[in-house]
Design a protein around this ligand. Structure first.
Ligand code: NAD
Length: 354
């Protein structure tokens, strides 16, 4: 049994969860004393932004449906300028991690509150972590100002998320839980949330593949995503997140799909160095082994199994291994370049972890 010795920070976010919770948006704005909120979304989710504007009524300052993946600095600057032009006293970010990331960029610049209404399972809404991309390089940081003041989780908003997006997005959330269990600053409270998050996602995601409009399954997955985001925001990340940041940032691979493919291999790499975490992951998955269980879950979701399927070039694997070993994050097993190169080879070919 591990000795109890830890530090725990509680993140202060107000969370409203449940089917129909979206209807409480105006009441949340009033609670935060916001009179003029700018509604943010991606161009594809304009209809959701309009639904948010309708619920806000006179508290809506306008709609800015221009969020894109990884928050380019020009996109962040344009959103800040629009918030300023409209004299907005806060923002509603409705959508996935890309839209919530744009809301965080406004909060970082202006200090104004954000209400997040997540519609994917990425978990950004529960973290004080922001990312900004300049000249192709993504920089991340932590700042308590970017943590949304209020988060509305409504599973009804997720029933139209296509299964092909839901599966990888859910695996992205599973990855947050997995790495929380062996984080440098892991603590017993967050480990409980992480274990529960894996179990909720592992049960609900296969049901969502069969019945995308099953509201109970959607609620379970969103609940798992909330726990995952809380875990990510509270404790550190390790090798898996470093690999995904490298592959996404330097080789432009899609975010959630990269997480889905790399996770079983990063877990296999760490298996012997974090046996207690592995046992808890396997138990939460209902599998004999953590790494194989994660691989099988991704396969059950119909996810692409190999980096070569999502645009990685074999010729870039050496560079990827080298970049992933530069400024490594904490990891339970030392990060060694030849072993990381072998891990990437397994992920490139989509081999089942041993
Ligand atoms: P995303 O926000 O880009 O959404 C993926 C796609 O799904 C988009 O085209 C979007 O318009 C669409 N979509 C979203 N909700 C939908 C719905 N309900 N129905 C139909 N379509 C919908 O992708 P993501 O995976 O949610 O977020 C990825 C981004 O978030 C990355 O930039 C990543 O780095 C960041 N992220 C940040 C944190 C953090 O803590 N800062 C955590 C996780 C992810």
């Amino acid at each position: 049994m591990t000795a109890l010795d830890f530090t725990y920070d509680q993140l202060a976010a107000h969370v409203i969860f449940g089917a129909g919770a979206f209807d409480k948006l105006e009441a949340e704005a009033a609670r935060l004393k916001c009179e003029k909120l700018l509604v943010l979304s991606t161009p594809g989710q304009q209809a959701l932004a309009e639904a948010a504007a309708k619920r806000l009524g006179r508290r809506c300052a306008g709609i800015h449906a221009k969020a894109v993946m990884h928050v380019p600095v020009e996109v962040a600057a344009a959103a800040c300028a629009e918030a300023q032009r409209l004299n907005a006293d806060g923002a509603v970010a409705i959508g996935g991690g890309s839209t919530i990331g744009l809301g965080k960029a406004i909060a970082l610049e202006t200090g104004r509150p954000i209400i997040a209404v997540p519609t994917t399972y990425a978990g950004s809404e529960m973290t004080p972590i922001y990312g900004l991309t300049e000249a192709g390089a993504k920089k991340t940081g932590r700042d308590p100002r970017v943590l949304p003041k209020s988060v509305i989780y409504d599973p009804l908003l997720t029933v139209n998320l296509p299964p092909s997006v839901s599966g990888p997005s859910g695996m992205n959330a599973v990855a947050h839980c997995v790495e929380a269990l062996y984080a440098e600053n892991a603590n017993p409270v967050i480990s409980l949330l992480a274990e529960q998050g894996i179990a909720a996602l592992a049960k609900s995601l296969p049901r969502i593949m069969r019945q995308p409009r099953d509201v109970n399954a959607r609620a379970q997955a969103l609940y798992g995503a909330w726990l995952a985001g809380t875990a990510l925001g509270s404790v550190g990340m390790a090798l898996h997140h470093k690999l995904c940041h490298t592959l996404g940032g330097s080789f432009n691979l899609p975010h959630a799909e990269t997480h889905t493919i790399v996770l079983p291999h990063a877990v296999a790499y760490n298996a012997a160095a974090a046996p207690e975490a592995m046992a808890r992951i396997a138990q939460a998955l209902g599998a004999a082994s953590a790494a194989a269980g994660l691989f099988d879950l991704a396969a059950a979701l119909g996810a692409k199994p190999a980096l070569r399927d999502i645009g990685m070039r074999e010729a870039d694997l050496d560079t990827a291994a080298e970049l992933a070993c530069r400024n490594p994050y904490y990891n339970p097993r030392p990060v060694e370049q030849p072993a990381i190169r072998a891990l990437l080879d397994d992920a490139y070919h989509g081999r089942r972890p041993r």
